[in-house]
Ligand binder design. Sequence first.
Ligand SMILES: C[S@@+](CC[C@H](N)C(=O)[O-])C[C@H]1O[C@@H](n2cnc3c(N)ncnc32)[C@H](O)[C@@H]1O
Length: 354
Amino acid sequence: MIINQNFFNKSRMLPVDKFLENVLYDKKKGYYTSKIPFGYKGDFLTAPGISNLFSEMIGIWLVTTWNTLRKPKEFNIVELGPGNGSLTKILIKLFKRFPEFNKATNIFLYEKSSLLRNLQKKNINHSKVKWTKNFNNIKKGPIIFFGNEFFDSIPIKQFTRKGSLFFEKHYLLNKKNKIDEVYKKASIKDISKIKKFKVLNNLKFIEFPKLGLNELNKITKKISKLSGGLLLIDYGYLNSKNENTLQSLSNHKRNNIFDNLGKADITSLVNFSLLNEYFIKNNLKVKKVVTQKFFLEKMGIIERANHLSQKMSFKEQSNLYLRLKRLLDTKLMGNLFKVIFAYKFKKNNFLGFE
Ligand SMILES: C[S@@+](CC[C@H](N)C(=O)[O-])C[C@H]1O[C@@H](n2cnc3c(N)ncnc32)[C@H](O)[C@@H]1O
């Protein structure tokens, strides 16, 4: 077991989210700032890397959303956490087929890792795409944010509740350079934030996405100002879990969280009921949370695959359908991945959810 002291502070003890923030996003040694994690040669595959059809469906959803809004002359789309840029790369290609939409649309990318930002610039290399650090360069709306596996990569806090008392989980680097879990009294600020969520009410073990909600605060403020929405696709659950959902992946295999620090990915399952409650509290409307399978099938992914397959060799067809199966199969990504759309528009008829 390799434990890297560099991810701890002088007191050798950190709350879970601060520790994960160092492990994943430290400017020099963080996982996402020092390693390209995507693809067969990396640690994991995400939907845009599995099949271009996934990205095409997101593209078609964006075009139809713009249509539903009666084709605004200026329309902004922001990809959250674009990874290696493969989703936006497909969007650019697809949008050329919709010239009026293409003319109206500004594309922004929101990325924390400078390594990945540079990779995106290299892979996309298109004058239409701009990067944004705080959304300040987006002045006129509407604005649609969207992110695949964005929220799960933002570190969470963990707490236990004993009666009316809350304790926050910390990691302590002990004298043998191994990591122990210790619990310290939670701060009053955090307790009051947790107590605001009905979905966390009766839990003994609580995962709280404080940093993720800070990100959503910036996004919901922008949506409230300009009108717009947020589409999130992620792996997660609807019925409360009373358990630790942190998981680590290295080279496409499960990895002990404390092994390969800075060299392996660490994520948590997203609590979609909490997101739902958060959006409603922030005066956004929310479409019913659906599975990835439901969303993609409603968007016509099977019809698109059937159409494309007509001009393919047998080998290409089997590759196409194998990848489609991975996205849709209920034992693979189909059910575990969920889709939520929160928005501020008078219209309600957005595709993919009914
Ligand atoms: C698991 S990857 C997903 C990449 C891509 N969306 C995909 O589906 O392949 C998470 C991405 O979100 C970025 N990210 C995580 N937290 C972020 C934050 N707070 N602000 C901006 N980007 C963030 C990561 O650097 C990375 O690009």
